[in-house]
Design a protein around this ligand. Sequence first.
Ligand code: GLP
Length: 242
Amino acid sequence: MEVIIQPTYAQLVAVSAGIIRDALLKKPNLVLGLATGSTPIGLYEALTRMHKTEGLDFSSVTTFNLDEYVGIPPNHPHSYHTFMATYFFNAVNIPTENRHIPQSTAVAHEEFCEQYEAAIVNAGGIDIQVLGIGIDGHIGFNEPSSSLGSRTRIKTLAQSTLKANASHFGGTVNAVPKMAITMGVGTIMEAKQCLLLANGESKAEAIAHAVEGPITAEVPASVLQMHPRTVVIIDEAAAAQL
Ligand code: GLP
């Protein structure tokens, strides 16, 4: 694990956007694994700026999102489909057919999850997987106790995650969908490179467990210690307990 500590969120964003820009310039048909949540918003804004001002070209890029809530339609204001459209897809030139987000409305979930895994393999695997981290150490929606070898599947969300995400659903924990489809920990570990981003003191404990704690299913992000090319990019507040 390489750990890069930056003084501010803006600098964390600049470092992570720079890594993706360099990779994209080397490999125009980059396969990106994408995350939602507040953490990567600055990254998507920076990549959008690079697209508009430097002509950074996403026309051969393929993307796979980590996860999506189950039980809300893709056009729900707080679905991850809407999130990606709002913060990234509407502003850059990734072809629609190259964008993949788990289908919240899939009826045959198991079949859908198998197809999602197969699509990642068909695309040549994920080159760079962007990750945030939950306060309980989750990556994607792989909550504590997720099998470290897990594949794309449905997960029930932890109470702490429902609480953390309630602000997006009118502040009501009960309004947050209880389940999600998520890439598995094993799926994430197959990405050629992972960029784990975190900012703010609320993430300090999770980052300390993930980076310096034992590798355990209780902190799914800790398995990234076993990944040969994970870069953890955090601000000083998130690094406070290292
Ligand atoms: C959500 C997402 C994760 C994300 C995490 C942290 O539950 N499924 O992919 O990393 O929460 O979100 P935030 O960046 O808003 O703190």
